[in-house]
Write a protein that binds this ligand. Structure first.
Ligand code: UT7
Length: 325
């Protein structure tokens, strides 16, 4: 019997503090930084984002999303045998957010680790979990994207601090006789490290470098549109499918213009594009599972639909996963 993996439940969690563009602009104005709702909406499509309280961590947000996904799958946490958390903003240098989250779910013993591929983290994590299930190393996995990007934003840099938000999304991925995940395609190109990074680290008890997000937005924009198209096409080819088979495109939610550009290149009507960037901002590795869960709970994504998930971000990393929901 060929073994496959299939999503059996989705969940998400947003911290309660919702900050509109107007509220953020007013806060920034107090620091002498000028921006406006008009600029942010026109250039990015973002209208609001959520920020976590100072004592709330990626594992806290991720555990809430995971509980919801387990409920949706009708599965007790005790049956999970693999936890992967995609995050670039973990609770600590180590141990992983996944280990901390495992304990918060009240379970022990199963494999748990983090994946660090920035905004492509969720498609990387989903591909790893799928591979582990298909080869028999796991049967029931929790795959989570969770971020508190507000911790690494430079609120004196208006070109980045208006773009990002906090949140978490999760899926339960289970062994199945039928697919499930149809194909995936992952890439990285380390020569682009400098265009999107947090160039700080810990050394000798001190932070060295700058532990705040730096981005060359235009360079990222140009690369993103090209690689999102090529990853989608490569994934479709691996699965023996075409664009016409896609019911929903769920790309990383960074900028509505990038998302619309990708849909257009794939000749998909805008009605097939799942959009949450307006309400969540860019939540990095959390954005795809957050968007997926929102679309499932809104009744848009239904059982049997074919979904194209796509991530792109720091590294530079990019990739796609095609699946039957
Ligand atoms: O998650 C990983 C993936 N990340 C991304 O996909 C991000 C990709 N990049 C982008 O989404 C866009 O490049 C940005 C949204 C970051 C910027 O949009 P843009 O259309 O590329 O704007 P720009 O950088 O060309 O800036 C245009 C103008 C500049 O002023 P001048 O030089 O024309 O006078 C900026 O100084 O907008 C100015 N500007 C702002 N004005 C008001 C930059 N940020 C702001 C701001 N408010 N927050």
């Amino acid at each position: 019997m060929t073994r496959y993996s299939r999503i059996t439940g989705t969940g998400s969690y947003l911290p309660p503090r919702r900050v509109t563009n107007a509220e953020l602009a007013a806060e920034l104005s107090g620091r002498g930084i000028e921006t406006s709702d008009e600029w942010i909406v026109e250039r990015t499509g973002i209208r609001a984002r959520h920020f976590a309280a100072p004592d709330v961590t990626a594992s806290d947000l991720g555990a809430q999303a995971a509980r919801q996904a387990l409920d949706a799958a009708g599965l007790p946490a005790s049956q999970i045998d693999l936890i992967i958390v995609a995050t670039s903003t973990p609770d600590m240098v180590f141990p992983s957010a996944a280990c901390i989250l495992q304990n918060k779910l009240g379970i022990a013993g199963c494999a748990a680790f983090d994946v660090q591929a920035v905004c492509s983290g969720f498609v990387y994590a989903l591909t790893i979990a799928d591979s582990m299930i298909r080869c028999g190393a796991a049967r029931k996995a929790l795959v989570i994207g969770s971020e508190v990007f507000s911790r690494i934003l430079d609120f004196d840099d208006r070109t980045t601090c208006v773009l990002f938000g906090d949140g978490a999304g999760a899926v339960v991925l289970e062994e199945s006789d039928t697919p499930g995940i149809l194909a995936s395609d992952l890439h990285a190109d380390g020569k682009h490290v400098g265009i999107l990074c947090v160039p700080g680290s810990v050394s000798g008890g001190k932070v060295t470098g700058t532990p705040l997000l730096k981005m060359d937005g235009q360079a990222v924009f140009k690369l993103a549109v090209g690689v999102l198209e090529s990853a989608a096409r490569a994934t479709l080819a691996k699965a023996g499918k075409t664009e016409a088979d896609i019911d929903w495109l769920i790309p990383h939610q960074a900028n509505i213009r990038i998302m619309q550009g990708t849909a257009k290149k794939l000749k998909l009507p805008m009605e097939k594009l799942v959009v949450t960037v307006d309400q969540h901002g860019n939540t990095s590795a959390a954005s795809i599972p957050l968007a997926l869960d929102a679309a499932v709970r809104a009744g848009n994504v239904k059982k049997g639909d074919t979904l194209m998930l796509e991530g792109v971000g720091g590294g530079f990393t990019w990739g796609a996963v095609l699946l039957d929901f």
